[in-house]
Design a protein around this ligand. Structure first.
Ligand SMILES: O=C(O)[C@H](O)[C@@H](O)[C@H](O)[C@H](O)COP(=O)(O)O
Length: 218
């Protein structure tokens, strides 16, 4: 059995959560860069991209371990809605506008892997293609059983869903794919793709941010 999760609660996003999240992410970045020269993470939508910007675009203390190395980051989507990348519902658009576009040019940009818009009409094909992208980065499925992200950063909806894995949905039991499609998401838009639960649980480090009900505290 894995280690039990550490639970933290923060009274404010700006003064408490953001600096602690920065420290945690940069520890994972530094550790990953030492191990394999790249920092591979998956992110979701919701309020996370804005929180990431608060954490990671804050000024560095100047110490060696408090520096972002964005050009060595590879960012994937833990889930995505099957809409064009410029659509209001796109997680990529959100991450781009709330975080990536705000990175000062001197810090460089992460490499980002959005879904391929060619396959929006067919959510299963969209998931299969995204899985192919993961396979091309994390090695072939016949050589690794599951991709190993250095870090996955997720939100959690009021109903308990995370990625596009919803409570009691049959997708929670799917174990034969890295990426899954959903056509009946209880939260619109209905068509989405998501990492499968085995992939999420295989990660090196997982952060799940849950807003306290009716507030903007985590
Ligand atoms: O695709 C989605 O439905 C959202 O991205 C969703 O998964 C979000 O991450 C959670 O609902 C948490 O949202 P908050 O971060 O706003 O609480």
């Amino acid at each position: 059995m894995g280690r039990p999760p550490n639970l933290y609660s923060f009274a404010s996003v700006d003064n408490e959560l953001a600096p602690n999240l920065r420290k945690y992410i940069l520890e994972q970045q530094n550790d990953s860069l030492k191990r394999h020269g790249v920092f591979r993470l998956a992110v979701s939508g919701g309020s996370l991209p804005k929180t990431l910007a608060k954490a990671l675009l804050a000024p560095s203390s100047g110490s060696e371990d408090d520096k972002t190395d964005f050009p060595k980051w590879e960012i994937f989507y833990a889930d995505e809605r099957c809409v064009p990348l410029s659509h209001e519902d796109s997680n990529h658009k959100l991450v781009k506008e709330e975080f990536l576009d705000k990175i000062p040019s001197e810090l460089g940009q992460p490499k980002v892997y959005p879904i391929d818009e060619k396959y929006l009409e067919d959510e299963q094909e969209c998931a299969d293609q995204y899985e192919k992208t993961l396979v091309s980065i994390f090695a072939a499925r016949d050589s690794v059983k599951l991709p190993l992200f250095d870090l996955i950063l997720l939100g959690c909806g009021p109903d308990g869903h995370t990625c596009s894995l919803f409570p009691d949905h049959p997708l929670l039991r799917a174990s034969d794919a890295w990426c899954l499609s959903i056509a009946d998401s209880p939260k619109p838009p209905a068509k989405r793709i998501t990492l499968s639960l085995p992939v999420v649980l295989h990660v090196r480090k997982l952060v799940s941010l849950r807003l306290a009900a009716g507030s903007n505290r985590y």
